[in-house]
Design a protein around this ligand. Structure first.
Ligand code: NAD
Ligand code: WQD
Length: 349
């Protein structure tokens, strides 16, 4: 039995909870940490239900060096997977300091605690947002980075801090994963994304239209230079993303040097294609209206995932229809839970 222990920050969040399931299933010992600012602790019960093993959990903030040092000193942690952070582009424009504090300062305090404990393997959740307005698609890792908002800047600052750290001490091995558009949920329907308030992202918004919580999807722009005029993105199933983390972790634990890799499928879908796929998965019509472009959006953004395939032997497997089917199962599961309590109130946009 494999006894390798890893610390997962942001453990109760959307992506990390799916990664925790896979880590447990692959025999890792997982310690979870989260300040619960954007998630709830009950997700751990469902992670346990799926994986058959519990996760020791600490409610703590990554900016709390003392607690982090205690966690790292107390166990033989071999690597940290760092998901904790804030992720809304629009909120980051309104509250930039909060984003730099959580995402940049939070990462620096985590790195200080890791350094003290001599834990020097890290996987960091970066984002395709660091490519800003891409000059060419598919995007390779060597593409120019150019951020357009404080959230993106916080990710880029951290990437640069990590590069400086490695330059100063080459015993660090750091894997930076630049996620494209994570969607979907675990096939059990027990865990998934749970946005607070109005969803910012396309698929959770479509899901709320499908269940009648919102009247229609506003499609942001119908005049982009794409096949049907709507924006094109590289949607990736969250379980494929989880597989990429396990492959990245195995690579670092194997004594290999760090890396920066795109995590996408390499295939772009338009907003209308996603709406049609969700209609097929749910068997429900998704009313939608083309409205003005959303400021800051780009026409097309999709990955060249070749480097991850070559270095980690990882590539995405699950198609768009599966992303929608799993997201739909989770949406219904969430609904049935809510109906057991108070009924959801339909809201317009
Ligand atoms: P999420 O909000 O569901 O999960 C993040 C978790 O971190 C939450 O549970 C939150 O409570 C916790 N957290 C926030 N600040 C913290 C702090 N200071 N200390 C401790 N815990 C803290 O988001 P997610 O979608 O699972 O994203 C995980 C990571 O992946 C984030 O770093 C995000 O920026 C990055 N990312 C997400 C996407 C996406 O589309 N979801 C895309 C690219 C990158
Ligand atoms: C996808 C497409 C929209 C909502 C964001 C962040 C990025 C990363 C992933 C964290 C676009 C269109 C959307 C709606 C729509 N997150 N859309 N109606 O903007 O590609 O990326 O999430 O790192 O940093 O910027 O994702 O899901 O918001 O949009 O028409 O109600 O759907 O214009 O073409 P995006 P998204």
């Amino acid at each position: 039995m494999n006894q390798r222990t890893v610390l997962v920050t942001g453990a109760t969040g959307y992506i990390a909870s799916h990664v925790c399931v896979l880590l447990l299933q692959r025999g890792f010992e997982v310690i979870g940490l989260d300040n619960l600012s954007n998630s709830t602790v009950d997700v751990l019960e469902r992670v346990r239900e799926i994986a058959g093993r519990p996760i020791p959990f600490m409610q703590a903030d990554v900016r709390d060096t003392r607690t982090l040092s205690e966690v790292l000193a107390g166990r033989r942690v071999e690597a940290v997977l760092h998901f904790a952070g804030l992720k809304s582009v629009s909120e980051s424009v309104a509250q930039p300091l909060s984003y730099f504090d959580n995402n940049v300062h939070g990462t620096v305090t985590l790195l200080q605690a890791m350094s003290l404990a001599q834990v020097k393997r890290l996987i960091f959740s970066s984002s395709a947002t660091v490519y800003g307005q891409p000059e060419v698609v598919p995007i390779q890792e060597s593409a120019r980075v150019s951020v357009t908002n404080p959230y993106g800047r916080s990710k880029l600052f951290v990437e640069e801090i990590l590069a400086d750290l490695h330059r100063s001490d080459s015993t660090w091995s750091i894997g930076v994963l630049r996620y494209f558009n994570p969607v979907g949920a675990h096939s059990s329907g027990l865990i998934g994304e749970k946005p607070k308030g109005t969803p910012n992202n396309l698929m959770p918004y479509i899901a709320e239209v499908a269940v009648g919580l919102r009247p229609y999807v506003s499609v942001f722009g119908g005049d982009y230079p794409t096949a049907d005029g709507t924006g094109v993105r590289d949607y990736i199933h969250v379980m494929d993303l989880a597989e990429a983390h396990v492959a990245a972790l195995e690579h670092l634990l194997g004594g290999n040097p760090g890396f920066t890799l795109n995590v996408g499928t390499g295939r772009g879908y338009s907003v209308l294609e996603v709406i049609r796929a969700y209609e097929r998965a749910s068997g429900r019509p998704i009313p939608h209206k083309i409205v003005a472009r959303r400021p800051g959006d780009v026409a097309e953004c999709f990955a060249d995932p070749t480097a991850a395939q070559e270095l980690l032997g990882w590539s995405a497997r699950l198609p768009l229809d599966r992303m929608c089917a799993d997201q739909w199962r989770w949406q219904q599961h969430k609904e049935s839970h809510q109906q057991e309590g108070s009924a959801p109130t339909p809201r317009g946009r």
